[in-house]
Structures are given as structure tokens and as C-alpha cells.
Design a protein around this ligand. Structure first.
Ligand SMILES: C[S@@+](CC[C@H](N)C(=O)[O-])C[C@H]1O[C@@H](n2cnc3c(N)ncnc32)[C@H](O)[C@@H]1O
Length: 267
């Protein structure tokens, strides 16, 4: 029987995958911070706002200071043994963390945790697309944003599942790193970016950078769009794009290029 692209089976499987994308419970992002006012302006913009409106993501913010245990609402103190700066206190952080109730699997349990507590830290594992994909499979992510000199180590021992850095530089606080992570993770949730293909074709997917892209006008400041893109030959365009992806990865990101070649060789 001839293949009909709009056959009932194909259509129903499309509908099924769409409904499973929208049926998923929203992924919860919970931010523990001394400066929670940093988050809404970013999360209430563009695709992240739409993700929340469409029930795909939920954001909440906890003011760590609300859990201070003394009348001065003290959240930090000097480090034992001396040294620079102030550390966020373990007891205050612990109370704030407990208030959002991230359930953890019992020790020794083989089931994968549904919630994870992430401490933003320049000492953490460096965030990348692979990690974003892994975190997108959780149902709740609690981000703990450090400030000043950092946090009391005992809070990390008791409550933190992952320490994550967004790069080898030191920022004043964990708020921007948490937003960077939430943005990268959100766009991997099915339905957040309208066209799933635009996510799977992004730079870094498949260890290659994306090919160069152009839009109207055809000529700008003496620079023209490559002829191949104007010809309508989709196979030739595909071949050109693949070549460009490989070439620019080789030139711009030799580390990624090596990884790509290694995987290709072993695949
Ligand atoms: C000034 S930093 C503290 C650095 C700490 N004294 C150290 O040497 O590891 C304050 C807070 O900013 C956040 N932070 C700074 N740089 C970061 C990075 N590259 N990635 C993730 N979080 C970072 C962390 O939450 C950290 O606790």
C-alpha cells in the first residue's frame, strides 16, 4: 500500500506525542536566594513566561532571610578559623530548604530521584547541554544561590545533590547562574519551544555547531546570501549545511570537533 503522509496512524501518533507533551506535569523550579527579586523580570519574559502560562513550568522563590532564627534576621557569619568574608549559615539555609520539601529517595533506593537540589558554585561541575538534558528529566529542581563568601559546608553535605558552575569565573551570587540553568533546562521541556526541531537542530546537539543562517534582505551592506540557499534544492542545502557545521566546529571549537570525530569513529 502506498505511504500516505496523513494516514490515520501517523496522525494519531502525532496527536499522542503532542498530548503527552502537554499532559506532563509542570517542571518546578524553586529558587532559594537572599535576592529573590532578581528572578521574576527574567522568568516573566518571552518563552519562560509562556512555559509557565501553558502549565509546562512552575517557578517559586524563597527568601532565605525569612528563615533566620534570631531577632536581627542574621543569615551569615564569619568563618571559623578566620578568613575573608561572610558565610551563609547552615541552620538558616537548612530551614529554608526544608520549607520547600524536596523529597529524596531513601539511601540505597534504586529509583531515580524526581527532585534535585542544586547548589550554584564556582567549585561545581561545569554546566553544559548534556547536563541541561539530564536536569530536564526531573520534576522539581531546587536552586540554592550562594552569596558573599559562599555557604557553610555542612549544608552542602546534608542537602545538596549537585554542585554546578556556569564557568570558570567568580560571580557575586548564584542568582544569574540559576537563571542561566533554568533557561537552558526549560527550553528542553517538550512544548516550551514551539518547534521541537529547532531545539534538536541547535548548536551542540550532536556535538556540532549550527550552520550559518540568513534572512531578508538578500543583500546587506554588500554581503549576499550564499546562492545555494536560494536555489530550492533541499538535498544540496542539506549537504552544504552539514559541511558548514563540520567546518565551523573544527575551526571554532576544536574540543567539540575531537569529541564528534571520536563518536563518529566509534559509532
Ligand atoms: C563570591 S561567590 C563565592 C566563592 C567562594 N568563596 C569560592 O571561592 O568558591 C558567591 C556565590 O556566587 C555563586 N557563584 C559565583 N560564581 C559562580 C559560578 N561560576 N557558577 C555558579 N555559581 C557561582 C555561588 O553561589 C557562590 O556561593
Amino acid at each position: 500500500m502506498a505511504h500516505r503522509p496523513n494516514s490515520k496512524n501517523e496522525l494519531s501518533s502525532k496527536l499522542l506525542s503532542r498530548s503527552s507533551a502537554t499532559r506532563r506535569k509542570p517542571i518546578e523550579f524553586c529558587f532559594l536566594s537572599l535576592f529573590p527579586e532578581v528572578f521574576p523580570p527574567v522568568l516573566e519574559t518571552s518563552l519562560l513566561k509562556r512555559a509557565q502560562e501553558n502549565g509546562l513550568a512552575k517557578y517559586s522563590f524563597v527568601q532565605i532571610r525569612d528563615f533566620a532564627q534570631d531577632k536581627h534576621r542574621k543569615v551569615d557569619d564569619t568563618p571559623y578559623g578566620g578568613g575573608e568574608g561572610m558565610l551563609l549559615k547552615a541552620d538558616v539555609l537548612y530551614a529554608a530548604w526544608k520549607s520547600v520539601g524536596p523529597r529524596r529517595p531513601r539511601p540505597g533506593s534504586k529509583t531515580k530521584a524526581k527532585a534535585a537540589t542544586i547548589l550554584l558554585s564556582p567549585q561545581g561541575k561545569k554546566f553544559d547541554q548534556e547536563m541541561a538534558k539530564e536536569f530536564a528529566s526531573y520534576s522539581k529542581l531546587v536552586f540554592v544561590c550562594g552569596h558573599y563568601e559562599g555557604v557553610d559546608e555542612r549544608f552542602i553535605d546534608l542537602c545538596v545533590d549537585f554542585e554546578v558552575s556556569i564557568g570558570d569565573y567568580v560571580l557575586t551570587g548564584g542568582e544569574l547562574p540559576a537563571l542561566v540553568m533554568a533557561d537552558a533546562i526549560s527550553r528542553l521541556i517538550p512544548g516550551v519551544v514551539g518547534n521541537a526541531r529547532s531545539v534538536s537542530g541547535d548548536s551542540l546537539e550532536g556535538d556540532l555547531l549550527k550552520y550559518p543562517q540568513f534572512t531578508r534582505p538578500r543583500e546587506f551592506q554588500g554581503l549576499t546570501v550564499p546562492d545555494i540557499l536560494m536555489g530550492g534544492n533541499h538535498k544540496a542545502i542539506q549537504t552544504w549545511r552539514q559541511k558548514e557545521m563540520e567546518e565551523r566546529t573544527r575551526l571554532k571549537r576544536p574540543d567539540l570537533w575531537e569529541k564528534y570525530l571520536r563518536k563518529k569513529g566509534s559509532g
